[in-house]
Design a protein around this ligand. Structure first.
Ligand SMILES: [Fe+2]
Length: 243
């Protein structure tokens, strides 16, 4: 069984199209979207449509998805993110608003769990940046693997039986039976780890392997659309930097 997991598309159609093309080149049995389909870039409805067309698929909510339909307070959003949310609200179809509003916060599978922010308070959209954050998440993690997103910075962290955490280097890991794993799958549409390429994750359950993959795309096209839409220009510039 091979899963393709992706998140934080953020209305960047060009990035998501490139990732979808990559999916066609590898055998995928099931798709999983960890939220933030919309927010920031210029194609919210088109990205929702493309996500829906993948199948079989499981989708959970991100903070921008719920913010776009008034289910999450945008007072804590920075001014640029807030402006993009208000723009997105004005563009979403009624059908897509209902679709985003109905997305759940978490979902459990036999050997893993998915959440956008953190298992300890999914509805508060906390970020996991440090080992301390990771340890707190492991305390709530009953399954062998937790896949999450939200920070747009991919990582793989392992935890041994005693709770010692270690970051896996190289963005690829062969799973050990007595370890648990916390995996941030990165962002399709607005990476923030210094690499502008779109990020997604492959989980091969039979071969016990997890890998974070990167895909380059025509980011100039996405940037031009952001500017033409009247969205804040910084949202276009940052795509080149991967920040
Ligand atoms: Fe996000």
């Amino acid at each position: 069984m091979r899963y393709a997991l992706f998140a934080d598309i953020h209305s960047n159609l060009e990035a998501f199209r490139a990732v979808r093309e990559e999916f066609k080149r590898v055998r995928i049995d099931e798709y999983i979207c960890l939220g933030d389909i919309v927010g920031y870039a210029a194609n919210p409805n088109e990205c929702i449509q493309l996500v829906k067309e993948l199948g079989p698929i499981t989708i959970i909510a991100g903070n921008h998805d719920w913010a776009s339909v008034g289910k999450t307070d945008i007072d804590y959003f920075n001014p640029i993110a807030k402006e993009a949310i208000l723009w997105t609200q004005s563009k979403l179809t009624e059908e897509n608003k209902r679709f985003l509003a109905d997305l759940p916060l978490t979902k459990e599978f036999t050997d893993f769990v998915i959440v956008h922010g953190s298992l300890y308070s999914p509805e508060k959209w906390h970020y996991i940046f440090t080992f301390q954050d990771a340890k707190r998440n492991f305390a709530y993690q009953k399954k062998r693997i937790c896949f999450l997103a939200h920070s747009h910075q991919p990582f793989i962290i392992s935890s041994d039986k005693r709770g010692n955490c270690e970051e896996v280097m190289g963005m690829k890991v062969s799973l050990r039976d007595d370890y648990r794993y916390l995996v941030n799958i990165g962002s399709v549409g607005q990476p923030r780890d210094g690499d502008p390429d779109a990020s997604y994750c492959l989980y091969d359950r039979d071969n016990k392997e997890i890998e974070i993959k990167r895909v380059s795309y025509q980011l100039k096209e996405a940037q031009d659309k952001i500017i033409a839409a009247g969205l804040p220009q910084e949202l276009a510039w940052r795509l080149s930097l991967g920040r």
